[in-house]
Design a binder for this molecule. Structure first.
Ligand code: ATP
Ligand code: MG
Ligand code: MG
Length: 550
């Protein structure tokens, strides 16, 4: 019996298969190569790929490159990389809409011959005015009555470059009084003397999205063409195109709600501005939610898949809390990644009764909840670094970490008792002195007494210096995304760079994108752009705790 409820798209597919509308399922992801993909696109990719998998169907990767103005090869490559990283496999089904220009041209000729399309001389402004409004019917273009012969001839001339940009367009002849304005003789081809990144100067006419898209789907045998809600009132035109062109088993368009995240910027326009103004370090700045940025920050494909699944598929627009994405990456890394010691704000701790120059190697479990991750050796000696906040000269109530006279556990090592401390001339504490009790070694079975606090540390002589970058949302949560003048309301603290952190020597071999739990400090990932073997840079992916509840 079916226990998991199906989303509305799966219900449509089930019905289509049952009724024999289609024999199998084919979906596609059709990005325009005009920018980097973001978390919203990930939803569309994983939805389409997931449906193809679930129904044992096909998933097509298609670049919707019919508008040469904004498209670039650079974006084609980054989009492919992002989709592969997410784990959506198009196998050998990689397509470019521009490969269908000839077929689209022929389709337009077919419509002209059927008396369903005409060449129009009106200017863009006139076309808009003639189109009418929601409350007012449109007016016929004087060109609507042109003969098939004349239309064929003019369209051929459009194709041959005999007209300037904007001088003539081809329009579908549908219904100038339709309540749906998209049906009032939409433009389906325009003249544009532009170089295309794949077809070069072969064409000077280019099809409009609403005409091109259904043809692309039909040519590829796509069955369910899934798009976002704003295309809902374009669907009658989609259906008109595939019907008039007489495709067998024509594809059908299904709309779902876009994914919106709270307090993040997804608009290309805004991200571009942040990049240009130097506020962020490129499209992959870890504060952004482009796929490249999420990857660089340390998110995993698994965490994004989990996130998209939790979001579900719906017909109603809504925003999802960024905290849910954080929840997913914590869940994913919790068991998989080693839990290491790193000190972000170091202060020296000296164990006065530990023999000078001696080093012992402690056996430390990489992840106490996951035996499979094994053990590592961590050197321990007389001089360590601990977090500055783990010592207080005058502790408040309920402070169980180090203060004069108090005993704590050094994680994986011994109990130490604070004996004294040293200040510099400004009154800043620079050394904490302790004594240790050899009997309390971790793993020795010591039960003589208990301590309330456990703090982490790194061995001072062997520790590796590293830079850590901590992030907050780039938008000020309290005040909203936009200022009154329309500019972005930036959070001045979105990036904190800490230069002099110390990490365990076992980090020496950390490679780009490797991620770890830094105990008590969060999950961190080696920055793929700026980290060097001798100058490690870590991005904090997420802190360890949150109030977020599922
Ligand atoms: P943007 O302007 O944010 O880049 P877009 O719609 O221009 O978005 P396209 O490259 O045209 O991006 O879209 C590729 C596919 O991704 C489309 O099928 C589109 O519906 C889908 N998509 C884009 N944004 C989202 C989103 N926020 N949530 C879900 N799907 C999305
Ligand atoms: Mg886009
Ligand atoms: Mg678009």
């Amino acid at each position: 019996k079916e226990t998991v409820s199906k989303n509305f798209i799966e219900q449509i597919i089930d019905k289509d298969l049952e009724e024999g509308v289609y024999d199998s399922v084919c979906t596609r992801f059709p990005p325009e190569p005009n920018g980097y993909l973001h978390i919203g696109h990930a939803k569309s990719i994983l939805l389409n790929y997931g449906l193809a998998r679930k129904y044992n169907g096909k998933f097509n990767m298609r670049f919707d490159d019919t508008n040469p103005t904004k498209e670039k090869v650079e974006f084609v490559e980054s989009i492919k990389e992002d989709i592969q990283w997410l784990g959506a496999d198009w196998e050998d089904r990689l397509y470019f809409a521009s490969d269908y220009f000839e077929q689209m041209y022929e389709a337009a000729v077919k419509l002209i011959k059927k008396g369903k399309a005409y060449v129009c001389d009106l200017s863009p402004g006139e076309i808009r005015d003639y189109r009418g409004t929601l409350t007012e019917a449109g007016k016929d273009s004087p060109c609507r009555v042109r003969s098939v012969e004349e239309n064929l001839e003019l369209f051929e001339k459009m194709k041959n470059g005999e007209f300037k940009d904007g001088e003539k367009v081809l329009r579908a002849k549908i219904d100038m009084s339709s309540p749906n304005i998209n049906m009032r003789d939409p433009v389906i081809y325009r003249v544009a003397h532009m170089h295309h990144h794949r077809t070069g100067d072969t064409w000077c006419i280019y099809p409009m999205y609403d005409f091109a898209h259904p043809i692309e789907d039909a040519i590829e045998g796509v069955t369910h063409s899934i798009c976002t809600l704003e295309f809902e009132d374009h669907r009658p035109l989609y259906d008109w195109v595939v019907r008039e062109l007489g495709y067998e088993k024509p594809p059908k368009q299904i709309e779902f709600a876009k994914l919106y995240l709270t307090n993040v910027v997804t608009g290309k326009r805004y991200i571009k501005k942040l990049v240009e103004d130097g506020i962020v370090d490129g499209w992959d700045d870890p504060r952004l939610v482009s796929i490249a940025a999420l990857r660089r920050r340390g998110f995993t494909p698994e965490s994004i898949r989990m996130f998209v699944e939790l979001c579900g598929v719906s017909k109603a627009n809504s925003s999802v809390d960024y905290a849910m994405l954080e929840y997913c990456i914590r869940e994913d890394l919790k068991m998989k990644r080693p839990r290491m010691m790193a000190v972000l704000d170091p202060i020296k701790l000296i164990i006065d009764n530990y023999p000078e120059g001696e080093v012992e190697y402690l056996d430390v479990a990489n992840n106490l909840e996951n035996e499979e991750l094994g053990y590592r050796k961590v050197p321990f000696g007389r001089e360590l670094y601990i977090e500055r906040e783990d010592f207080m000269e005058e502790p408040p109530r309920k402070y169980f970490r180090l203060f004069p006279g108090n005993e704590v556990r050094l994680m994986h090592a011994y109990f130490v008792t604070c004996q004294s401390f040293v200040k510099d001339e400004n009154g800043k504490v620079i050394e904490v002195h302790c004594t240790y009790d050899p009997e309390t070694k971790c793993g020795s079975g010591f039960t003589g007494r208990k301590v309330k606090g456990t703090i982490h540390w790194v061995p001072a002589p062997q520790a590796v210096k590293a830079e850590c970058r901590l992030y907050e949302n780039i938008i000020d949560e309290e005040k909203g995304v936009y200022n009154e003048d329309g500019s972005l309301n930036l959070n001045p603290n979105s990036l904190t760079v800490i230069k002099d952190c110390y990490v365990e020597p076992s980090f020496q071999d950390a490679k780009p994108y490797d991620s770890f739990q830094f105990v008590r400090n969060g999950y961190f990932c080696v920055d793929a752009k700026d980290s060097r073997p001798d100058a490690l840079v870590f991005n904090r992916i997420v802190s360890l705790k949150s109030s977020f509840k599922l």
